[in-house]
Ligand binder design. Structure first.
Ligand code: UDP
Ligand code: MG
Length: 320
């Protein structure tokens, strides 16, 4: 019989000392139910509390099962998860939050969903989501925009309780850009994806690590990680303004002949029409510049151009 695929669990930790003991016991218990070899990779994202010490102790007490990766300072949740990805060895990689909002008991479900069907990404959808509406509203907007732009209809991009195939994780590691949004990045390399409903708990201990400004930053990371569309919007905006200016100019000219020179405040509106045309032209210029910048940005990121899912058959020719 084929050995079951091995599992790696990656958890970013930032000042979560109150949650760690329960997190570790519950995650270990859930992983032992998998019936497959597993590892838990905990990444300390530069915590200032006792989290690093607790992680070190956990790694010592559970040799072979718990790995602690300690970063020198705070880099943000997605960078921390990436650091964890560098250390995973499993065939299936599952991420979750350290604050127990994502119940570790869902790990076997995600593992089964991914392995049963040879999927690349299994995303959790939080039902019901136990967060304040102030936290849910930005997420709602983000989900909508992301669905539109990526064309991949996933309902909960903010949920980090997800499973990835090792193939997709390796592809993500080849992306060296600094700002990433992992769920979107993973989808760009996935062949087949699925969603499963997962439970969600309110945060019982500690506070959310996302301040308002950090959230806004994260949205920009998400936006720029998937599209250079905003740059193109400048061109469209410019074209619209210019056309409006031209239209206004034409209207003024026609009315000037019909109504005489008093029409349109003695030429003030003519000035406006000319102004609109030039402002629009400036926007178009900026948009054009944006097109170049977008291409530079894409090339500088050096993402893999494509990802081979599988090669079938072996050629008879000798390898070069
Ligand atoms: N986190 C991190 N680095 C950060 C911020 C957060 O590693 O700079 C971790 C945090 O410890 C938690 C997860 O990311 O495990 C999600 O953070 P949080 O629960 O504060 O976010 P929210 O649930 O409010 O989206
Ligand atoms: Mg949370």
């Amino acid at each position: 019989m084929k050995a079951p695929p091995t599992a790696s669990v990656v958890i970013p930790v930032y000042n979560e000392e109150e949650n760690l003991p329960e997190l570790l016991t519950r995650t270990l218990a859930a992983c032992r139910l998998l019936g497959a070899p597993f590892e838990i990779v905990l990444v300390d994202d530069g915590s200032r509390d006792r989290s690093p010490a607790l992680l070190g102790a956990a790694a010592e007490q559970n040799p072979g099962e718990v790995v602690a990766v300690l970063l020198n300072r705070n880099y943000g949740q997605h960078a921390a998860v990436m650091a964890g990805f560098e250390h995973v060895r499993g065939d299936v990689v599952i991420t979750l939050d350290a604050d127990l909002q994502n119940p570790p008991e869902e790990i076997p479900n995600l593992y089964r969903a991914l392995t049963a069907d040879d999927l690349d990404v299994v995303a959790g959808v939080r039902v019901p989501r136990e967060d304040s509406w102030l936290r849910k509203l930005p997420s709602w907007c983000v989900n909508r925009i992301t669905q539109q732009v990526t064309g991949v209809t996933m309902h909960d991009y903010g949920c980090m309780l997800r499973a990835y195939s090792a193939r997709v994780v390796r592809a993500m590691l080849q992306c060296t850009e600094h700002s990433t949004f992992i769920p979107v990045l993973a989808n760009s390399f996935a062949r087949r994806t699925a969603e499963v409903e997962v439970r969600h708990a309110a945060r019982s201990r500690g506070a959310s690590k996302y301040s308002f400004f950090k959230l806004i930053n994260l949205q920009f990371d998400l936006l720029t990680s998937m599209t250079t569309m905003p740059l193109r919007l400048l061109t469209y905006l410019g074209a619209v303004i210019s056309l409006f200016g031209l239209g206004l100019g034409a209207l003024i000219l026609v009315e000037r002949f019909i109504q005489g020179p008093e029409w349109a405040a003695q030429g003030v509106f003519t000035l406006f029409a000319i102004l609109f045309i030039f402002i629009g032209a400036q926007f178009v210029g900026m948009g054009l510049m944006g097109e170049y910048i977008g291409r530079i940005y894409r090339d500088v990121r050096g993402r893999p151009r494509y990802l081979v899912h599988e090669v079938k058959g072996v050629s008879r020719l000798a390898a070069p």
